[in-house]
Design a protein around this ligand. Sequence first.
Ligand code: GLN
Length: 287
Amino acid sequence: MIGFNLNKTKRQFTEVLADQFPQREAEQLMRILLEDLFGLDLTRQLMEPKLRIDETQYARLEHAVQQLLEGVPVQYVTGKAWFDGLLFHVDESVLIPRPETEELVQKIAETWPIDQPLRIWDIGTGSGCIAIALAKRFPHAEVVAFDVSEAALETARQNASLNEVRVKLVCDDVLHPQSDLWKHPVDLVVSNPPYIRESEKVAMERNVLEHEPSQALFVPDDDPLLFYRQILGLAQQQLTPNGSVWFEINEALGEEMIQLCHEMVFEGEILLDFWGKQRFLFLKRQF
Ligand code: GLN
């Protein structure tokens, strides 16, 4: 018989993965690969034990397993990640969206009525996940998403079209702003900028360090809040009186963040993520 029995192949590769991952995770990863590569959902995987795959399919599966063993995150292997109930394309040009960031979007969504016009900036958009999820939740919003990386913006562009929303994608460096769009009024400024200090790298996973874009993650130890300071400077100029700023922050820098906000004449409140860590900052102007 030509080809390979799917079930047998699945068992064989699960075993290979289990050398490096806990058994349950190995099984979960195999399930994801079979669904992604061959469109086989779990029910079909279980109900049709006689399914066969051909040599090309076998080779693709083998290659994907190899990538996982080399530490490539499964989202980069499949090119897919879920965020706020939406599907996103991801590759190594962008961070894989994190569940904390999804929580940030949910918190923001609770603070604005969905039926009103709203001008939003998402600064350092990466895959576009925040901007696109907000555009989806606020159908009357005008969303501008900035990033310094052309490659990231290309990914965000694909994601906006995949999710059928309009987001204005702008290539600009927030630390050296050039675009005229920074001169427009804005109601909601959101950012999940790089916030991990170089010295914190030692505590990080190899798959993050070796595969995710370091430009999106790291800041110098001697000035870890540089992006926030710059963003607050722009918000001081353009934020409407009722407007707000939302940040994802480094859990270890909450106090420093509050102090910075006061210096820059904003009132801030820190919110915890579902792990109980100081993860979000919600800001209004002080009058
Ligand atoms: N939360 C991300 C991580 O742990 C970091 C995101 C960021 O630097 N903005 O990898």
